[in-house]
Design a protein around this ligand. Structure first.
Ligand code: MG
Length: 403
């Protein structure tokens, strides 16, 4: 089956903003120096909330394309996110005044080649790949399928003055979640045929009105809609308790010789000598690279970039580090911190430490307060002390969320 996914991300999130303002804590935005365009852009475990949502569906081969309906002010941030994550077939449209209007606008941009439409709330980042799979599989049997959970609490019907009228039979009740899936042409027609179509709060309601039998698939996972700031804090706690944190150590020494450019942390340090090496000899980036490899248990820099291989001759150490980072990311690891030491007698690095730190932070995708570069002399002792070599050490912390 071929499906297009619509992510409803058009809401103003006013309830979230209200509860955020009354809270003492401020969550981190994902772009520096600006207020995120909506709750979906606050960072959850270092990644925008909506990025968690989109990612689940990127892994599903049945989802051919994704259309995100979002407010105009969120478009540039979303487009950067799509580019940086190298997501496949994701486009952005401007949302409407109601959820249903947003979904309809996105629906009109979906490919007619998709027989099915999946609609999912941008604010539900924890839907499992298995639940999505279950919904897609149910399309073989049913016209419209939604994800939901059986209602567990005891439910009362009440009068507006507070009197309890009766206890509702909960065995027949379920809470509708997303994704919700239906045939593209049925959904299009329902929007065009029903005058109240733009007031519905979910697509299943529209299907019910159109006389299409909707089926509810239940699941046992946790798929909350992040509505208030309390929900967001709960989501953060959930991700944190599901994270594994590891550290890795790296160390590298290069001989200093004449007629070599001196690179440290990717920054050129003017000096009469530079590091001898098969690559560009950047001992600081090598130590960081080895520390990452150590943290993810993936060998050492020599295994990755053999100095016997002519294709690695004069290779830029930035490229080596980026290749290792990519492998770490493929295993679900993100670097959260790097602390380093450079042991060098001459030249003095005072002027360059800040540049090195900022450059390493940029490569690792961190802010500069998550990286440290410290410089030491060796008090005239040993090869570093005699100016014959530079040695660098690094400790790196990585994190992987395992839900
Ligand atoms: Mg080296």
């Amino acid at each position: 089956m071929k499906a297009s996914l619509i992510i409803a991300a058009g809401g103003s999130g006013s309830r979230f903003q209200r509860t955020l303002e009354s809270s003492k804590r401020q969550p981190a935005g994902t772009s520096k120096n600006q207020t995120p365009p909506s709750k979906l852009f606050y960072a959850l475990a270092g990644k925008p909330l909506i990025a968690h949502t989109v990612q689940v569906f990127q892994k599903n081969p049945q989802v051919q394309e994704t259309v995100i309906a979002a407010p105009l002010e969120a478009h540039s941030e979303l487009k950067a996110m799509i580019r940086d994550n190298r997501w496949r077939n994701v486009k952005v449209v401007t949302g409407g005044a109601t959820r249903a209007q947003s979904v309809y606008k996105a629906l009109r941009k979906t490919s007619p080649a998709s027989e099915w439409i999946l609609v999912h709330d941008g604010a539900r980042p924890f839907v499992s790949a298995e639940a999505v799979e279950k919904i897609c599989a149910a399309g073989k049997k049913f016209e419209a399928v939604i994800l939901g959970r059986k209602v567990v609490p005891t439910i009362k019907e009440m009068h507006e003055d507070g009197r309890v009228l009766r206890t509702v039979d909960r065995s027949k009740l379920a809470e509708a979640e997303t994704p919700q899936m239906m045939r593209r042409k049925t959904l299009l027609r329902a929007y065009e045929d029903f005058s109240g179509a733009f007031e519905v709060t979910d697509e299943a309601s529209l299907m019910e009105r159109a006389g299409v039998q909707v089926h509810l698939v239940t699941h046992e996972g946790w798929n909350p809609k992040i509505t208030t700031y309390k929900d967001f804090e709960l989501a953060e706690a959930y991700l944190n308790q599901s994270s594994i944190i590891r550290t890795g150590f790296g160390r590298d020494t290069h001989r200093l010789v004449e007629k070599r450019k001196f690179l440290l942390g990717g920054i050129h340090v003017p000096y009469e000598k530079g590091p001898l090496g098969h690559s560009d000899g950047d001992a600081l980036l090598h130590a960081v690279t080895d520390a990452i490899l150590g943290a993810i248990g993936a060998g050492d820099i020599g295994d990755w970039f053999s100095d016997k291989d002519p294709k690695h001759k004069n290779i830029a150490s930035t490229k080596m580090l980026q290749a290792v980072l990519k492998d770490a990311a493929a295993q679900g690891f993100t670097v959260t911190h790097a602390d380093t030491v450079v042991i060098l007698e001459r030249p003095k690095l005072g002027l360059y430490k800040k540049k090195m730190k900022e450059n390493i932070a940029r490569i690792l995708g961190l802010s500069s307060d998550q990286v440290s570069v410290k410089a030491k002399t060796a008090e005239g002792l040993g090869p570093e002390g005699q100016g014959l070599a530079v040695t660098c050490e690094a400790i790196v912390t990585v994190k992987r969320v395992e839900l």
